[in-house]
Design a binder for this molecule. Structure first.
Ligand code: KIV
Ligand code: ZN
Length: 548
């Protein structure tokens, strides 16, 4: 076992999805999982299977496909992991989710801080040790690879932590993950915690991997994770763009590029192909609707921009004056110009293959039709255009409602009018016209009438995929459901909690992209409401059964 190798465990699809409003569809999760495999992450935490049937299905779909994929830098499929509370029903669901993967992992957790024991779990320390021993043992009988996390380790009493971790090792855990759940510790404290765990936990050997899982509440997640590595951690839990619960998780791109750029200092390696970082960042941002701040390290729009005259002058003389890493190292290169209007299906298929998309005949036909349509309007199609187009197509492939046609009359007229044609789940075309305050308002009113739903528009963002007046436009909308909801992950959210849904559309015409985005968001809203109704019906039926 190479003790200088640091595993990258990605939790974009689990902790990342816990970011407010970042809920993703199964198709989006699959696209992200494929992108993480290309990036070379060692472990993909694909979800929390006990959270809902949808979560379980998404984890299973990832285990079946990406969990077998050899399109990774190492040629080995990534491990696919499912999260479970330390209880048999959760562990059973996690196993059901990951078992199809070539390398499955169950990640189970139980809190160890006195605060959590007293107020949340209402358990004694002895009960916690017993439950950890039993549940890690239970998981180890199902799955060859088990990770255990003492939740809120950063605020737990060290001696008790060593006892719990020793029980987890004795019961079969091979990875011990140390979460700073509320992002409370400093780099010095967190580094010492890892060192002390390594030195004081009974049963600790080089075969047991210590992992770090840091939250960014004080902006210290990256520093804490790296401090953990300097003190013996050999796995870092991360999310792309640093998304996650509250202020987020450690950003994948930051820890990876710190170890890469400062390799002589850290003397550690990872299996990450850094040139895939930017592609993964863009995909995660568009699937979650969480925009990357321009000054974000590594993946922000300004991360490699030089504005001041003195800096520009220095850069022209020698790049090393103001640049510690080359933009192409993280995949920020001038997007390659690859295809045009005369390119045929074979050229499109080949280029998509190079980008890592191996489509079946149906999907390829749809992607090629979209390509032809766009090539008629846009002279040069770059890799970034092609990727935006194909991910858009794949994400919307299984939608209930789809845009068939759109016509808008707007300008200085008082009555912007839209006529919308949607293909419905019944296979029929539904037509509606509406007048609005502007073209988008008119379109959205027509869509509301056809789909029989009304979402409150919270955000409408437009971004261009590449430069140029004929660039593809990507529109992301956030729509709030007007129906109240309760959440498994936030059981206290109460009857008035509102859920928001992200929708995304890509077209050369941003008004069309805006329509696609809104339809996508309403589709998600309808599916979520159907799931909720089904869960309520099931609960009512089981109540009735109990009373009978
Ligand atoms: O932050 C945390 O404690 C977690 C655990 C479930 C590992 O996400
Ligand atoms: Zn977390």
């Amino acid at each position: 076992m190479d003790t200088n190798y640091v595993r990258i465990f990605d939790t974009t699809l689990r902790d990342g999805e816990q970011s407010p409003g970042a809920t993703m569809t199964r198709a989006e999760k699959l696209l992200i999982a494929e992108s993480l495999a290309r990036l070379g992450v060692d472990v993909i935490e694909a979800g929390f299977p006990a959270a809902s049937p949808g979560d379980l299905q998404a984890v299973a779909a990832i285990a079946e496909s990406v969990g077998q994929s050899t399109e990774t830098p190492s040629g080995e499929p990534p491990m696919i992991c499912g999260l479970a509370r330390a209880k048999t029903s959760d562990i059973d669901k996690a196993w059901e989710g990951v078992k199809a993967a070539k390398r499955p992992r169950i990640h189970t957790f139980l809190a160890t801080s006195d605060i959590h024991l007293e107020y949340k779990l209402r358990m004694t320390r002895e009960q916690v040790v017993t439950q950890v021993r039993e549940m890690v043992g239970y998981a180890s009988k199902l799955c060859p690879d088990v990770e255990f996390s003492p939740e809120d380790a950063g605020r737990s009493e060290p001696a008790f932590l060593y006892e719990v971790l020793a029980a987890a090792i004795a019961a079969g855990a091979t990875t011990l993950n140390i979460p700073d759940t509320v992002g409370y510790t400093t780099p010095e404290e967190f580094g010492s915690l890892i060192k002390n765990i390594k030195e004081n936990t009974k049963g600790m050997t080089d075969d047991i991997i210590i992992s770090v899982h840091c939250h960014n509440d004080l902006g210290l997640a990256t520093a804490n994770s790296l401090s953990g590595v300097l003190n013996g951690a050999r796995q870092i839990e991360v999310a792309v763009n640093g998304i996650g619960e509250r202020a987020g998780n450690t950003a994948l791109e930051e820890v990876v590029m710190a170890m890469h750029t400062r390799a002589p200092f850290y003397e550690k390696t990872t299996g990450i192909d850094t040139t895939q970082i930017m592609r993964a960042s863009k995909l995660v941002s568009s699937c979650t609707g969480m925009q990357v701040q321009p000054n974000k390290a590594i993946v922000g729009a300004n991360a490699f921009a030089h504005e001041a005259g003195i800096h520009q002058d220095g850069m022209l003389k020698n790049e090393s004056t103001y640049e510690i890493m080359r933009p192409e190292t993280v995949g920020v290169a001038e997007s390659q110009l690859v295809l045009g209007k005369h390119s045929g299906r074979h050229a499109v298929k080949t280029r998509l293959g190079v980008l890592g998309y191996h489509l079946g005949d149906d999907d390829l036909k749809k992607a090629f039709d979209r390509f032809k349509d766009i090539a008629d309007k846009k002279k040069n199609i770059t890799d970034a255009d092609l990727e935006a187009l194909v991910t858009d197509e794949l994400r919307h492939a299984s939608q209930l409602w789809n845009l068939a046609d759109l016509q808008v009359a707007s300008g200085t007229t008082d009555m912007p009018t839209a006529t919308v044609r949607l293909a419905g789940p019944d296979g029929e075309i539904h037509v509606q016209a509406a007048v609005g305050a502007g073209p988008v308002d008119a379109i959205y009113k027509a869509i509301d009438q056809i789909m029989g739903k009304h979402g409150k528009l919270l955000e409408f963002n437009v971004q261009s995929v590449t430069g140029g007046i004929d660039a593809l436009g990507e529109v992301t909308v956030r729509v709030e459901s007007l129906q109240s909801s309760d959440s498994f992950l936030n059981p206290q959210s109460g009857a008035d909690a509102k859920r928001s849904y992200i929708g995304h559309g890509t077209a050369t015409d941003i008004v069309v992209a805006g329509a696609q985005a809104y339809i996508a968001a309403l589709n998600k809203l309808i599916i979520a409401e159907k799931r909720e109704d089904a869960a309520n019906d099931q609960a009512a039926a089981s109540d009735a059964e109990k009373q009978a």
